[in-house]
Design a protein around this ligand. Sequence first.
Ligand SMILES: Cc1cc2nc3c(=O)[nH]c(=O)nc-3n(C[C@H](O)[C@H](O)[C@H](O)COP(=O)(O)OP(=O)(O)OC[C@H]3O[C@@H](n4cnc5c(N)ncnc54)[C@H](O)[C@@H]3O)c2cc1C
Length: 514
Amino acid sequence: MQPAHDVVIIGSGINGLSAAALLAVSGKKVLVLESNNSPGGAIRTEQITAPGFHHDLFAMNLGLFAGGAVMAKLGGELSARGFNLVPSTKPFCSVFPDGTMIGVEADPAATVKNLAAIAPADVAAWEALTAKLGAWAPFLIGVLNADLPSVDAFKTLWKAQRALGTVGLYEMTKLALQSTRSFTDENFVSPKTKALMATWGMHLDFAPDIAGGALFSFLETIGGQLFGMVIGEGGAAKLVTALVGVIEANGGEVRCDSRVTQITVDKKRATGVTLASGDSIRAQRAVVSNVNPRLMPALLPDHVASEPSVKRVENFQSGLATMMIHLALSDLPPWTAREAREYNYVHIGPYLADMAQTYTDAAAGLLPESPTLVIGQPTVSDPSRAPEGKHVLWVQVRMLPLKLADGSSWDAVAEEYADLVMQKIETYAPGLAQLVIARAVLSPADLERYNANLINGDSLGGSHHPSQFFFLRPVPGWGRHRSPVKDLFLCGAGTWPGGGVSGASGAMVAKILT
Ligand SMILES: Cc1cc2nc3c(=O)[nH]c(=O)nc-3n(C[C@H](O)[C@H](O)[C@H](O)COP(=O)(O)OP(=O)(O)OC[C@H]3O[C@@H](n4cnc5c(N)ncnc54)[C@H](O)[C@@H]3O)c2cc1C
């Protein structure tokens, strides 16, 4: 038995590390246990293709973290440890098969100019939505940063009612339940403007017809314009290194190669953990799990795991799968829509019909013919990630089957499918193939190998559909970052407010325990 810590945290994802850093700063003795050989979970930067090319293997866009509670509290400490944000004035664009594009810039006037060139009839609606987000943002951000349900969240909604009126509050509620197709049909005329918004829903698991998708499509599209997009200078892993630095400087520890195999439960209370090595570690105050909730019963003693209140979490559903293709390039892609070279993200839907079909195919276990592509060009704003004049490309393939219906394995089909994706990009950027110096493909199976939380390659750590979102995340009885076991708390993408590099759920747990 090793010496006791106040709080033992299982998993060093952004939320485990955020909770640990905030608790350590507040004087708690924390220990983070990570099964991998390095911390960070879905944040990892590696020279995976060729020397000198630094790829964010998973998350790249740090906008959620930049605007979140952890950055607000620890920003100074993190930057003192080498974590710097690189903003983009041109966050994202969508390119279309006819060679046109719509670019969203951090300057709303510039965006309107871009939109007017392609979809003039949508300009007035775009401006109205921009004004609406300006008015709604304090309340939406307030709810996203509050535990649910909580007094803080109710206070925020009450303030929203006073500021926006009952109809305004109901409009916000409608947005949270509406599909992207219904929302974009209400607001826009051009299929291109609709697609510009709908691709953001596809980042999560919101195909155009899934209820609840409008909230994400609206927030990310209009928010991208109002708040811009940021990446980490030199790679997202700098954030991980800086958070570990804060934890260690405040007396905490992050221990890698330390897989937790069981949470000790004494008299219905979590009291510590056992590692794969056989070592036992005591937690005086609490155990915090940064593990996908669906994997939790396997970590609990049988007599606890078999209780209905605990077993219920096995119903927590995954979103669909993701594949990553990383490229080392001798130049940026030769986009037909030439200005796309200036943007951090290039989206290829291209249209709502393609996205809807892609989702249906993937859910049925079939390989989509026209997957939605999120193409990250980080070297546009951070040239330090590649040798001079060269570039890295971050290609996220959305959405794919968790399991293939014909029984074949992802290991068998990944490279061939990546070829199809490359051919698709080539039709928008003819000549790309000649610029590729090296390529690395991470299939959904690889994603799970890197991080057990990404079950079957679900990059979201659990679907965000309304039945398991807001106060229902992950499942009834496991909300507010509590589990049915006393002093066993949860943070991470599988808990409110969901996936993404925000650290919000870690901050919420730290608040409970401080
Ligand atoms: C390919 C991809 C691209 C993404 N892109 C973006 C993006 O650009 N922007 C964005 O905001 N979000 C993005 N996301 C989502 C975001 O990265 C994740 O939602 C977020 O990082 C998850 O954080 P987490 O706190 O849930 O922990 P995770 O990152 O899931 O980490 C959990 C850690 O716990 C460890 N662990 C699990 N079980 C045990 C155990 N038994 N014992 C010890 N350790 C254990 C795991 O090894 C892992 O390191 C992306 C995700 C993926 C996969």
